[in-house]
Design a protein around this ligand. Structure first.
Ligand SMILES: [Zn+2]
Length: 195
């Protein structure tokens, strides 16, 4: 394989990029401004060095704790629980929520060998036990695994004094938070129900 074929292969490994798009990107880069390429290469090399999970909420950050966890103007009595770090950006972009987040890092999925211990559930319980939390909003995706995980989290928080709510439907069943438009997400937040 030559260098062009090799990089095409690498791009084809990225999510959402097929062999054809990979070839198009590789050919584009071949003709691109060398300065842009240089910057791009440095950005890729730095990514895993600079970005790490926030020790409090688990979302990706360059500074620990992350800007959301350190923002004292946010409502620190509400925690929105999501599956993945990218769900935090989705909800942030909706401008519908001003509380804190907690990233589970996935969902309970026995078929994939993922149980509660593989997720950041204990650290959520610890945050709630530390006090000051009035509401935990479960914003896992409306899939079988997302629902199972929400029920499990609700179960482990049953002894705590906080209210546990689930995002209202509006996000299509089996859907993904990332694909919900801002309006749907806003409606889901306003219509959340106690579970
Ligand atoms: Zn954080």
């Amino acid at each position: 394989m030559n260098a062009l074929e090799e990089i095409t292969d690498s791009f084809a490994r990225l999510p959402g990029i097929g062999k054809k798009s990979a070839g198009r990107i590789a050919n584009y880069l071949l003709m691109a401004d060398p300065q842009f390429l240089q910057r791009f290469a440095v950005q890729m090399a730095d990514l895993q060095k600079k970005i790490r999970p926030c020790s409090v909420c688990g979302s990706w950050t360059e500074n620990d704790p992350c800007p959301i966890c350190s923002d004292l103007s946010r409502d620190r009595s509400v925690i929105c629980v999501v599956e993945q770090p990218q769900d935090v950006s989705t909800i942030e972009n909706s401008h519908e929520f001003n509380g804190l987040f907690h990233v589970l890092g996935g969902v309970i999925s026995p078929l994939d060998g993922i149980g509660p211990d593989q997720l950041r559930i204990q650290s959520l319980v610890d945050r709630v036990s530390a006090g000051g939390i009035k509401e935990v909003i479960l914003a896992t995706n409306p899939t079988v695994e997302g629902d199972t995980t929400a029920l499990y989290v609700q179960h482990v928080l049953r002894e705590s004094s906080c209210t546990v709510t689930r995002l209202a439907s509006g996000i299509p069943v089996g859907g993904d938070l990332g694909y919900a438009d801002k309006l749907t997400l806003a409606r889901s937040f306003r219509g959340r129900t106690k579970i």
